[in-house]
Design a protein around this ligand. Structure first.
Ligand SMILES: C[S@@+](CC[C@H](N)C(=O)[O-])C[C@H]1O[C@@H](n2cnc3c(N)ncnc32)[C@H](O)[C@@H]1O
Length: 297
């Protein structure tokens, strides 16, 4: 079979299976099968596929038609211009999460000017490492920590850090939220935590529900369990005037803000679709912090 015929046939199968962006997916999976870039597909439409190439293409097409995300098949996802490795052990980094990175960088610019050397940041629930690795590339002088409760996610974050030459820049540890940082203080706690309610599984895309790690997606009956623990823990370990920056899910802005009694400068950033996506809030100066809910990890 010729290359173009194989891609066209995968395209038709993806339409029938309601795979989003069917043409693009068929092409990406062909470039993955052949180990070539997309320009090769257009330059050699009549190239005959070997039986082995046909077999491998058929295998990945079947996986994708059954719902497996393309990123778990190819093992790669780009985030903040970085090529990250991903596996079913980690959430696939989403473009919306880049707003978390942007928010931190804006706050650094606003409040720390050029003095980045003393900035200490911890990324809670790092998954692939996407947020902390992006921050490490943008803030070369900052001290960056990252944690996760999943051993497999930690392994993936470490591999990504090493591949990007950032292994010594991001200190990665296993921790249940901030529990191992009890003796530390930070300028920023950043997170994209799980925030979908257990009862809301039917509102989540099938691909997320069936293929992405449950621990990365669900957080108790109403999706707020992690925020309920993480906010008081963050209040305990942030420096006075330090920032909590978190991604939020569709429709939980108000519920999250209600947990922020005593925090200052609470601000929300919307994503490109206008959906509230990131909340940032500041721990007040010493005399006012008494009004906050604080819990040592
Ligand atoms: C929504 S994913 C985010 C991953 C990555 N930061 C991103 O933005 O793509 C949430 C992550 O939190 C981790 N997690 C869940 N519960 C946790 C806990 N109690 N302590 C630390 N990490 C946790 C999961 O393993 C998962 O990697």
């Amino acid at each position: 079979m010729q290359l173009k015929q194989a891609v066209d046939s995968a395209f038709q199968r993806f339409i029938a299976a309601e795979v989003p962006s069917p043409r693009l997916n068929a092409e990406i999976l062909m470039t993955f099968t052949l180990g070539r870039d997309r320009s090769y597909l257009f330059a050699h439409p009549e190239r005959e596929l070997s039986p082995e190439e046909q077999y491998r293409y058929e295998e990945v097409i079947t996986q994708r038609a059954q719902g497996c995300p393309t990123q778990y098949i190819t093992g790669h996802q780009e985030f903040w211009g970085l090529d990250l490795l991903v596996s079913p052990a980690v959430l696939i980094p989403r473009p919306e999460t880049e707003h978390v990175v942007e928010t931190v960088l804006e706050l650094v610019k606003e409040h720390y000017r050029e003095n980045h050397a003393r900035i200490r940041i911890v990324d809670v629930g790092t998954g692939s490492g996407c947020i902390s690795l992006a921050l490490a590339t943008e803030l070369p002088q900052a001290e960056i920590h990252a944690c996760d409760i999943s051993d497999e996610a930690l392994e993936m974050a470490r591999v990504n850090a090493a591949r990007l030459g950032l292994g010594s820049r991001v200190l990665i540890r296993k921790s249940d939220l901030l529990s191992v940082y009890e003796q530390d203080t930070f300028d920023f706690v950043v997170s994209n935590p799980p925030y979908v309610g257990d009862g809301e599984a039917d509102k989540v895309q099938k691909q997320v529900k069936d293929f992405e790690p449950k621990i990365a997606v669900f957080s108790g009956a109403d999706g707020m369990d992690i925020y309920r623990r993480l906010l008081p823990q963050s209040a305990a370990i942030l420096r006075f005037g330090g920032w909590f920056v978190t991604e939020i899910g569709f429709s939980i802005e108000e519920k999250t803000k209600r947990l922020m009694r005593g925090w200052e400068d609470v601000r929300t950033t919307a994503d490109l679709q206008g959906i509230p996506r990131v909340i940032a809030a500041r721990k007040p100066a010493a005399q006012k912090s008494a009004t906050m809910k604080v819990a040592l990890p």
